[in-house]
Design a protein around this ligand. Structure first.
Ligand code: ADP
Ligand code: ZN
Ligand code: ZN
Length: 745
């Protein structure tokens, strides 16, 4: 017998080896083995087992097998190969993204030093300590007062080197020191387990039954679960996972945003306890590697996580759920592979004969179209659970407001202010959405009118009042405010216009001085613990008004939040991107869905300068079907997805002229176009310069009526760009290939 082995060298190329007889029983696809490669001996993984070698001649033998578990399942390896092929990314690059660093699972959890008191000591010694060694005394006191062992590292307020002092105390037999392994704790990302008495309503019963039946069949089955906000989708996931585990299979739940993790994982934990692992960007390399190993060994059965959780090496995967499947964060654009976790998950489910549920109150137009075309099975939850009703929505025309009050650029309308007041008086809670962080997103020169832009990107720079600096939201470039002059006329007379969350926060604090107000955006929530604490505090009623960016707009379930205010619904509406309308609709609809999720009637106030815009209008009527009809028609007329397949070639480089020239050369060299394909460009991207690189793009659209499964476009791009993509570079310019790009700007 022979084995194909992939090594974690730059390209993960595979090599064939003979399997020695004594190892033949122990070797499986996915096991790690040691084998000679050139003069070295390397560790690789078996990706295929063959009866006969693929070529004649001598084959070297595998030397040894490393461990008794599979690092990768055969289906996962198949998925890695599929991604490499579909997204035109070298296998090694995909494998590096998916697998733990260098295939290593040997990282051990860090050991953490704890200390606890030993009670038997005589008082006199301690009194002596108080005089002679006050630091030791203080620390000892702290340890004695604590009911449970303390992390030594938590004692830094008493001494810069607490471990040394604890060692001295331990030498005097006053305390005991011991080490504990630090396994990735999920408590920082999780609400406390929440027990609920769940009684399914008829709709839930029907949906749940369909899912169970499909799970029972153990074949690939893709669903679109369309459930209005508050219809109880989470409970449906839980019931399906329960059934799946009973079958001896496993499940993955993908969430689009770290802010959704605490609530959902708290619910899951109360039902499934410690069989759940969280997988997200805040895990360290060591924790990832350790978690990977534990998943391989079967210690976890359910993984809840961000997009890369789609790669968890679970065996016998039976169910994948993608919550809020429309979210753009499921797409990775950098680094390669540039993949969409939803599409990858569909493939993974296929390879595993699993059920996959794409769930949302506002599905992506793609998924909605796929349901209309019977590519997805449709499950519908039309009503909110229990007595909860849909919120009443008020649309405030800010232009009219301006005319009536004579006040220009008002941030909070009279109506929204009254409604906030009313809900505060009723001791109910309020969510305010302003989908832009910082204080002021546009800084304009008062003398010549020039807008200050980031020196590295062609976008306006934002002012952050908390840190008193100017910050580019694209590249992170930051500058002290005082140093900033107008680049055109050198004036210091700068105006801070536009509205970010920090400006709204200050205004809210001025207007409602007695209310407890908390902001949640990327600036406040750098750590997972921070996010969790803020959400917990809101959940417990310690915060009256929660203000934030899109992080707070979806998925969250707060029983006492009865008013949602959307400061500026037009944000991003006029971006030249075919998806901007869809995005805004979904954001407004989702944000509105946070209001009135129990028996109290909820309300939503949407502020807009475009009250006649069809996106804003249908969003304010919470009329999804109507908007989707309009949007689909528009897409069809313009041959945009879901009516076509899309690819984008992005050409970037630090020299504008050379990059532009290269883009033109590439466009001219393209050959072999076919009916149904349109090529747009090359043109400079909407954001022409990003991180000091100039950007150009060529868009390819292939209509589905003539290219039903996208194969034509795929082989066209392959033929034209494969040789380029393997080098990734021509001179200093880079070519990036995006299949099914989400954004064209
Ligand atoms: P969605 O995700 O669809 O917006 P959730 O799953 O958050 O809705 O459900 C809304 C609220 O209703 C949650 O607090 C949930 O626990 C509760 N709920 C949903 N279904 C049931 C049920 N069958 N029995 C009891 N409570 C339920
Ligand atoms: Zn100026
Ligand atoms: Zn920048």
């Amino acid at each position: 017998m022979f084995a194909e082995v992939a090594f974690p060298i730059s390209n993960f190329k595979t090599f064939t080896y003979a399997i020695p007889r004594d190892l033949s029983k122990k070797i499986h696809i996915g096991s790690r083995v040691k084998a000679p490669l050139g003069k070295r001996k390397l560790i690789g993984i078996i990706v295929n087992i063959l009866e006969t070698p693929p070529y004649k001649g001598e084959t070297k033998s595998i030397e040894d097998i490393i461990d008794d578990f599979q690092v990768v399942t055969p289906e996962l390896w198949k998925l890695i190969s599929w991604i490499s092929n579909y997204y035109m990314t070298p296998l090694g690059q995909v494998a590096k993204t998916v697998l733990p660093n260098n295939l290593s699972t040997r990282y051990k959890p860090l050991k953490i030093l704890f200390v606890e008191s030993i009670l038997s000591e005589k008082k006199t010694n301690i009194e002596l300590l108080k005089k002679r060694a006050p630091k030791q005394y203080e620390i000892l006191n702290k340890i004695q007062l604590s009911k449970s062992p303390l992390k030594v590292s938590s004692l830094t307020e008493y001494s810069s080197n607490p471990s040394q002092i604890c060692k001295i105390l331990s030498g005097k037999k006053l305390v005991r020191l011991f080490e504990k392994e630090s396994i990735p704790s999920s408590s920082a990302f999780s609400f406390d387990p929440v027990d609920k008495k769940i009684i399914f309503n008829q709709d839930q019963e029907r949906v749940s039954k369909s899912l169970k039946q499909s799970l029972e069949n153990e074949v690939y089955m893709p669903f679109l679960l369309h459930g209005v906000t508050g219809s109880g989708k989470t409970e449906i996931y839980i019931e399906a996972v329960r059934y799946c585990l009973k079958q001896g299979r496993t499940a993955i739940i993908l969430l689009p945003e770290i802010s959704l993790t605490p609530q959902i994982s708290g619910r899951f934990k109360s039902v499934f306890g410690d069989t759940i692992a969280l997988w997200h960007s805040k895990l360290t390399q060591r924790q990832r590697s350790w978690t990977w190993k534990e998943i391989c060994k079967g210690s976890y059965k359910v993984i809840i996580g961000a997009r890369s959780a789609v790669f968890s090496p679970l065996k016998k995967l039976g169910l994948v759920v993608i919550d809020e499947e429309q979210e753009a964060s499921f797409r990775q654009d950098s680094p390669m592979p540039r993949y969409h976790a939803r599409d990858v998950a569909l493939m993974r489910a296929k390879f595993n004969n699993a059920v996959i549920v794409l769930a949302s109150a506002t599905p992506s137009l793609e998924s909605y179209y796929n349901y209309l075309n019977e590519k997805l099975n449709y499950l519908y939850l039309p009503n909110r659970y229990g007595d909860a009703k849909y919120p009443v929505v008020h649309l405030v025309d800010m232009l009219e407001e301006q005319n009536d009050t004579g006040k220009f650029g008002q941030i909070i309308s009279g109506l929204l202010q009254d409604k906030i007041e009313e809900r505060l008086n009723n001791k109910e809670q309020i969510i305010i959405l302003q989908n832009r962080r910082g204080f002021s997103p546009v800084i304009r020169c008062g003398d010549c009118g020039q807008i200050i832009i980031c020196p590295y990107c062609n976008v306006s720079i934002s002012y952050h009042i908390k840190t008193d600096n100017l910050l580019c939201h694209f590249c992170g470039h930051s500058k002290v405010k005082l140093d900033q002059n107008c680049s055109d006329c050198n004036s210091k007379n700068l105006h801070y216009s536009g509205t970010g969350t920090q400006k709204v926060e200050i205004l809210l604090r001025d207007t409602f001085p007695k209310a407890s107000i908390q902001r949640l955006d990327m600036d406040t929530s750098l750590s997972g613990r921070n996010i969790t604490n803020i959400l917990k505090a809101f959940n417990n009623g310690e915060i009256d008004i929660l203000l934030g960016t899109q992080m707070i707009a979806k998925g969250l379930d707060f029983p006492n939040a009865t008013l949602v205010g959307i400061i500026n619904a037009d944000q991003g509406l006029y971006l030249p991107d075919f998806r901007s309308g869809e995005r805004i609709f979904q954001l407004i609809y989702q944000a509105s869905g946070r209001s009135g999720r129990r028996n109290k009637q909820g309300e939503v106030v949407i502020q807009t300068y475009s009250s006649e815009n069809p996106v804003i209008k249908s969003a304010s009527m919470l009329d999804m079907k109507k908007y989707y009809e309009i949007a689909l028609k528009e897409r069809e007329e313009l041959d945009y997805p879901p009516y076509s397949w899309l690819a984008k070639i992005e050409i970037t480089g630090s020299n504008q002229e050379n990059t532009s020239l290269l883009a033109i050369n590439i466009a001219q060299a393209i050959n072999g176009d076919y009916t149904g394909l349109s090529i747009l460009g090359p043109v400079p991207c909407y954001i022409e310069k990003l991180r000091n690189n100039y950007r150009f793009q060529i868009i390819f659209k292939s209509v589905k009526t003539l290219d039903p499964n996208g194969k034509k476009l795929h082989s066209f791009i392959n033929r034209n760009f494969n040789h380029i993509s393997q080098k990734h570079q021509i001179g200093k310019a880079r070519i990036k290939i995006h299949f099914d790009p989400l954004s064209l700007i």
